[in-house]
Write a protein of this length. Structure first.
Length: 285
């Protein structure tokens, strides 16, 4: 495995058409919205979930690429299992937590990528992950809509009797017509060294950003697509410029006076003339 030696900041742009990119359980699962600006929101947790799901499919939980936070996982059982590793058993009492932490990082891709709190069972410490996301926000305000839908069946005989054989039931589906979302992310080379996150792990992460929507289709989410991924790679561990200054070089602007309904209604530009010394930029998508 190659050590990650460069700080990296990135801009990730994706869109959704006729779908719900991230429902809000506190609002009847309507698409998340900033109440003051009406711009759509997709949480960092939602995006990390999709990365985890992609890695789980791509690597099929092979050694070193298992997923810690996955459906139906019992976390304390996994944490406790790390203390059965021979390296942890051989460690001094004062070093067992650190040894268990290293075992967990080596086993689980999402721990060495995003971090985890592992002090709820036999203590395996805490990990600060080298990769973090911001919330994604839509470029323009979104307009959530609820659609009535009909199911031509019922679940039980009792329901059928109540409806005198007319087994249609009504439901609701929430979508937005179109939204273009921008997310910002950060990759810390110093934290990567602590967790063992490698260049190969980063390549897998980039593959996840490019392909995770294609592996996560659902009727509720409509058409979600990765549209742009822009990497700012520093030539040092600590970086050569503030992330916000680099993000300001990326402009996402509407190219139509009509209501936007596709990615072609926007233009993404990068002002490479203002790129600071020691920072390179790459358009992955």
């Amino acid at each position: 495995m190659s050590e990650l030696k460069n700080r990296i900041d990135f801009v990730y742009i994706f869109d959704v058409q006729d779908g719900n990119p991230n429902g809000d359980p506190d609002a009847g699962n309507l698409p998340r919205v900033d109440a003051e600006t009406s711009r759509g929101i997709v949480t960092d947790v939602c995006l990390k979930r999709k990365v985890r799901n992609y890695v789980q499919l791509a690597k099929n939980c092979t050694q070193g690429y298992d997923i810690f936070i996955k459906e139906k996982a019992v976390l304390n059982t996994l944490i406790d299992a790390s203390h059965e590793d021979e390296t942890v058993k051989a460690a001094d009492a004062k070093n067992k937590t650190a040894a268990a932490r290293d075992v967990m990082c080596s086993r689980y891709y999402d721990i060495r990528t995003f971090g985890a709190v592992m002090s709820t069972g036999k203590n395996a410490g805490q990990v600060r992950g080298p990769i973090q996301f911001t919330f994604a926000r839509s470029v323009d305000p979104i307009v959530p809509a609820e659609h009535s839908i009909t199911r031509m069946a019922v679940a039980t005989e009792r329901e059928a009797e109540k409806q005198n054989g007319d087994n249609r039931t009504m439901g609701r589906k929430a979508t937005i017509p179109y939204g273009l979302y921008v997310c910002h992310g950060f990759v810390s080379a110093s934290l990567a060294k602590q967790t063992g996150f490698s260049e190969e792990d980063f390549t897998l992460f980039i593959d996840a950003l490019k392909g995770m929507f294609d592996c996560d289709r659902s009727a509720a989410r409509g058409l979600m697509s990765a549209q742009k991924l822009i990497l700012f790679r520093h030539d040092s561990v600590l970086g050569n410029a503030p992330a916000n200054k680099l993000f300001d070089l990326v402009k996402v602007e509407r190219t139509t006076d009509n209501v936007p309904r596709s990615f072609s209604d926007y233009q993404v530009t990068i002002d490479k003339t203002q790129l600071p010394a020691g920072v390179s930029v790459e358009e992955v998508i």
